[in-house]
Design a binder for this molecule. Structure first.
Ligand SMILES: Nc1ncnc2c1ncn2[C@@H]1O[C@H](COP(=O)(O)OP(=O)(O)O)[C@@H](O)[C@H]1O
Ligand SMILES: [Mg+2]
Length: 237
């Protein structure tokens, strides 16, 4: 599956998949656990991720979260609904000729176009061709009916979307899904912008189920323990 020389981005997918003892994979598993807690009273089946800006780590968070949820034996579908800059097909090295936009236009079914066999229990629906009017498509009755349809077939529906402050797509989708995760880029995201993103999601009646603090330095206090613990157990093999 990961044939090419790995780029920095691709390594993060591998860490959850092929290196489950890494501190990074452990962090994604904690996120998976916390997601379970968030759904105690109101089950969260369809979950989107957003952030203030591009490059905050939304897509990489969703790829890894999808992998660790699938590894725990849950049936999960990852849908690339960033119809501006889709990247999930790149993370998993598959083509993006056909995907969610084709499904929403009624040209193909999810079963016909989604990719399986990448990781057991994981189905990936790439974006498909980028439409000229993403917000209009996402605001359609077809899209609103799409998530409940997927929730009937999959335990988790994870949706990658564009930044909330840049375009309206995230606010539109927030009204359609069970919960939203807000990614904050450690040391980069400004507090006032993070608040603005939160307020915009809340205005759209989103249920913010949690915040992911991304790009935290591994040698910052508290993370060293994981790092050294796993480092030792690896070398003892
Ligand atoms: N925790 C992290 N550590 C190191 N690099 C990261 C981390 N999260 C994201 N990146 C890098 O930042 C870039 C943007 O990540 P991406 O998930 O595509 O952001 P977004 O979807 O918010 O635009 C990618 O090159 C990715 O490899
Ligand atoms: Mg992205």
């Amino acid at each position: 599956m990961f044939k090419k020389k790995k780029s920095k981005q691709e390594e993060y997918i591998v860490l959850s998949q092929a290196n489950p003892k890494s501190a990074i994979a452990e962090a994604y598993r904690s996120l998976r656990t916390n997601l379970g807690f968030a759904g105690v009273d109101h089950p969260c089946r369809s979950i989107m991720v957003t952030s203030c800006s591009p490059q905050d780590g939304k897509s990489i968070t969703m790829s890894n979260l999808a992998v660790v949820i699938a590894q725990a034996g849950h049936k999960v579908i990852l849908v690339d609904c960033d119809l501006r800059k889709p990247v999930q097909h790149k993370h998993f090295h598959i083509d993006n000729h056909c995907g969610v936009t084709n499904c929403l236009l009624g040209q193909v079914t999810v079963e016909e176009t989604a990719h399986t066999g990448l990781v057991e229990n994981l189905t990936l629906l790439t974006s498909g061709p980028i439409p000229p009017n993403p917000a209009e498509i996402l605001n359609s009755a077809k899209t609103r009916a799409f998530w409940p349809m997927l929730s009937e077939k999959y335990e988790y529906v994870l949706i990658d979307v564009p930044p909330v402050l840049a375009v309206t797509d995230a606010s539109i989708l927030a009204t359609q899904v069970d919960g939203a995760i807000l990614v904050v880029n450690s040391g980069v995201t400004r507090i006032d912008l993070a608040r603005e993103a939160r307020d915009q999601l809340l205005k759209a009646n989103a249920r913010i189920i949690g915040v992911v603090l991304n790009q935290v330095k591994m040698n910052s206090v508290g993370y060293q323990h994981y790092y050294y613990y796993y480092g030792d157990s690896e070398s003892a093999k």
